[in-house]
Design a protein around this ligand. Sequence first.
Ligand code: Z16
Length: 832
Amino acid sequence: MDARYKSREIERRSLDVDGLKRSFLEWLVYSVGKDARAATRRDWFHTVALAVRDRVVDRWMDTTRSYYHEDAKRVYYLSLEFLIGRLLTNSLSNLGIINECRQALDRLGLSMDDVADSEPDAALGNGGLGRLAACFLDSMASQGLPGYGYGIRYEFGLFEQRFEHGWQVEYPEQWLQFGNPWEFARPEVLYPVQFYGRVEEFRDSVGERAYRWVDADRVLAMAYDTPVVGYGGDTINTLRLWSARATRDFNFGHFNDGAYMKAVEQKILSENLSRVLYPNDATETGKELRFKQEYFFTSASLQDILRRYLQHHTSFDNLPNKAAIQLNDTHPAIGIAELMRLLVDQHALRWDAAWEITRATFAYTNHTLLPEALEAWPVRMVERVLPRHMQIIYEINAKFLNRSKARGTGDNAKLSRLSLIDERGDRRVRMGNLAFLGSHKVNGVSALHTDLMKQTVFADFHEEFPDRINNKTNGITPRRWLKQANPALSELITSRIGEGWISDLEQIGALKEKADDLVFREEFRRAKRKNKKRLAAYIARQTGDEVQVDSIFDVQVKRMHEYKRQLLNVLHTVALYNEMRDNPTVSWVPVTKIFAGKAAPSYHMAKLIIKLINDVAKVVNHDPSVHDNLKVVYLPNYNVTAAEIIIPAADISEQISTAGMEASGTGNMKLALNGALTIGTLDGANVEIREHVGPDNIFIFGMTADEVNDLRASGGFNPREVIASNPSLKRALDMISTGVFSPDDRNRYHPILQALTDGGDHFLVTADFADYCRAQDAAMELYRDSEEWTRKAILNTASMGWFSSDRTVNEYAKEIWDVHPVKPVHEGEGFR
Ligand code: Z16
């Protein structure tokens, strides 16, 4: 081999400062095509990312090869969303070369932070569900589990949120505009996906009835692979995202008409499939394009999974021993019918054998009980878009209902609830029922949520299949959410207990005894203060607001939704504003209320609440009579990158959903891990957070899920009475309704007032208001005692070990997937 070539080979892998620096210069010139004088920050980001990618590729191939050689059982995580965020710091940190990289850039006169800040935030998800998928990828790779993510490479991620006159306005999120250095296009990994057409019946070679899907439109799914770097860099897994490509076969009807351009245009339109992420969390709009996206990525993924399986196997009997497919919500649930179709129509398996294999392969995670979020596609649409799948769904349903009847489920009402088809009104396919029936395990995402699944949406199924529902409480990756996002606290923790916590978060429990150590408390406060300064600077840059670092940073960051009750938080804000004005001589603890989160573009009430918060901010922040003791900030465009700055700086974590409505929450875990005290309802994983941190270290308020259920069952309550009997609530609502915060449009907030009164206050904002204020007061009082506050904050951080997504993923691996870690054999040179 040419000596120059050989030395470059080694350069590409070297992990020391000099090697990195030489490698950067090489990439900048020969791949980015700039010299150091002309290079922009973005050029440097691309340069560094490409050089880092070099350090990943050998181990990535080693990992993939090891899985192949061992014919290991793989887990395939099918998700319509992966909320990845930025990858540069994550990759460097997991590879263990972040300091080397910083120094190499230093020698080039560059700041690592500036370079990292030039990376766009990959927002291929809406919120919790998408971020959970990203945390799981990190945890699978960090524990050496053979896990693949499959999803869609959206050209436009979740919209960019800006405020215009306090109103949310959406802009396209063009994360791929300048290219994506992390991904590898695989133009040879291409699968056809069909839509429309019709089904033909015929007799197969042994005279059996068989079906053929004909005259369908075709789109191609093309793979893009992104390496997923596990902590320590030993295992590098793969996230495979599909992009839609037009086929080259033209519609000859159009062609012969001479309408060549029309034929080409139609093909190009098929590429719209992977154009944009639907911006709804926890609501379904029922759009045909969304259904087609779901089938598109599910079909391509299943074809890819079967191709990989068939490299080692000739019969499908072993598929469940070699592949576990996890359905992240019902979005990929059409995969159950698709696998049946592939096995029965394309590989000529008998129905019963195919069904057994399918059920043993799939498992399903439910993320919500909200009825508006449970997917139910009109039968008329499914039979038009996927005619063969509609037949298969009918067949699954008929066999299931017949068997249930034979087993003695005589109750017709129950049978109609179990049916895959909702026969009321326009007929619809219940995707949750399909996912349940086609899976061997079905899980909820917190203990409470799983219990409620058994009692409500899946009560009938639970009776039929009592062993199928199980709980897997969500978790978060400590690498991104503590080590990377909070270097100040991470370094403090490591200085006391070593760095074992990074890959084994339970070790953080060793900090509990440090809560009584005066010096440790002082250093813990110093780390928090540093993060608060960083956030204050970010706020100043984003909104122009000046906030006091010594005030309580009270944080509510999450998607904007009525059930999450940001409205309750604003009402308390207005009440606090009034108290401060009424009692100017009291020495108030200064409070900064920090909000961030996007509303679905068509969710008018959520957008109106954003406007209300911005309107309240405008009045409160400029009122001299509160002496800067209260500030309200709404940070625009909340995303993973913003979360990494906001969360480490929080003193209070607002987790105030109406009990029974938040399936789990994961922001609650990130905030508590970073030492914020929670003000929360007994909802979702808050219940388990209380168990771990202890009831003295969390502020719980409000009705329980059982109380909410009973209240609703007994016909609700009268919010007007509650309002009338609470002067502070009444005054806050009167101010909002008379236009104190909206002098330019005094009626602006009538829809909100309406919902809280005549509307029956479905989310129980007024019902929980008094107890919420009590919890807020208790928190403010405690904050005056800085030592006691810090003690509790430390106990929060120290008690969150169980909420690592490593624990969650391990439970899935053992109790659902039956997959085991594989130690990759590294063939490449240069590995430490
Ligand atoms: C989503 O993010 C969630 C549920 C859902 O049906 C759709 C979307 Cl996009 C969230 C839940 O609301 C949240 O409680 C949970 O923590 C998260 O999924 C992950 O399980």
